[in-house]
Ligand binder design. Structure first.
Ligand code: BTN
Length: 325
């Protein structure tokens, strides 16, 4: 995508009509070049009207990420995070892992307005819309080994759920292993990737995608039940505030996880688990699905379920997912 597309969308971000001639002049381009740069808007999930005699207008204003505003929402936790925002990237997680390998410090955070190849769990594509999602990754270093980070993605789920609740999102819960849901519809996804020695130290790239205000067209493209912050809040919190609050909650939660592991967050996670004590369909990746009742979560983040034949099974892989029966 061209830099001009972003420059033009920033000019139009207030959601009012702007004359094409004026925007083109301000950006030092021809009207035809501007029109070409904005042609891509629908592919980004952005609804843009072009009305003869009035100009361009976004269907919904876009609140671009503003680092001082995000830091303001983070409070004292802001000093633990070095936030960088880019307009476009393939995947914040892919790039941040490269930086981790090159020695980037704990607390480095990379957020993108647009990911051209955002990755979800199980090899899926992460679908987002420009201005309608939050997509970022946080680098965190641990003294313990990568093999002892079990439960980290569940801990991060607690952090995201708490932060969204603090932003006014109603009925927010977690779903094993690392989804955040509202009324059983996914509102955020977490992808934790780790590297390092078995005995430590290790590093985690914590990628999070939050559906902020996806819009009907993008919601329709996603092949699972999804929702967004706008649909689940009475009063929509500012996008920068949501990012700041989520990052602050992640800092607090990661400090707890660092000291005590997932065990210290296990009760909170149980209380937030949408499927606690419920019958679910377990989808174990390549093997056949089966029905089971959720029994408990272990101190290492493993989910214990009881199959209908009474057999207890421990679910550990991030490749497994649960569905309502
Ligand atoms: C899931 O499948 O639920 C996990 C989705 C994680 C998406 C985020 S968006 C920011 C970061 N960069 C990526 O490529 N993926 C994660």
């Amino acid at each position: 995508m061209s830099a001009l597309t972003f420059q033009a969308l920033r000019r139009l971000s207030d959601g009012r009509f702007h004359s094409g001639e004026e925007v083109a002049r301000e950006l030092g381009r021809s009207r035809a070049t501007l029109s070409e740069a904005l042609r891509i808007a629908p592919d980004l999930g952005v609804e843009l009207f072009s009305v003869r005699g009035k100009g361009y207008k976004l269907a919904t204003p876009i609140e671009f990420i503003d680092v001082p505003r995000v830091r303001g929402a983070m409070g004292a936790c802001a000093r633990r995070i070095a936030l960088e925002v880019v307009d476009e990237i393939d995947s914040t997680s892919t790039r941040l892992m490269e930086r981790a390998t090159a020695g980037a410090p704990s607390g480095t955070c990379l957020a993108a307005e647009w990911q051209s190849a955002g990755r979800g769990r199980r090899g899926r594509t992460w679908i987002a819309s420009l201005g309608g999602s939050l997509t970022f990754s946080l680098l965190w270093r641990f003294e313990r080994g990568a093999g002892h980070l079990g439960g980290l993605s569940l801990a991060v789920g607690v952090a995201v759920a708490r932060a969204l609740a603090a932003c006014g999102v109603e009925r927010v819960q977690v779903k094993w292993p690392n989804d955040v849901v509202c009324d059983f519809r996914k509102i955020a996804g977490i992808l934790v990737e780790t590297a390092g020695e078995m005995q430590g130290p290790s590093v985690a790239i914590i990628g999070a995608g939050i559906n902020y205000r996806l819009g009907e067209r993008v919601l329709d493209r996603i092949d699972q039940p999804v929702t967004d912050v706008a649909q689940c809040s009475e009063r929509l919190a500012a996008r920068n505030e949501v990012l700041g609050k989520v990052l602050a909650e992640m800092v607090t939660t990661l400090a707890t996880f660092d000291r005590h592991g997932f065990a210290a967050l296990r009760d909170a996670w149980r209380e937030l688990h949408a499927y606690q004590g419920r019958r679910v369909r377990v989808m174990p990746g390549r093997e056949a699905a089966f029905d089971a009742d959720v029994v408990d979560v272990g101190a290492d983040g493993v989910l214990v379920v009881r199959r209908v034949d009474g057999q207890l099974v421990s679910l550990a892989s991030a490749e497994i997912s649960l569905r309502a029966t």
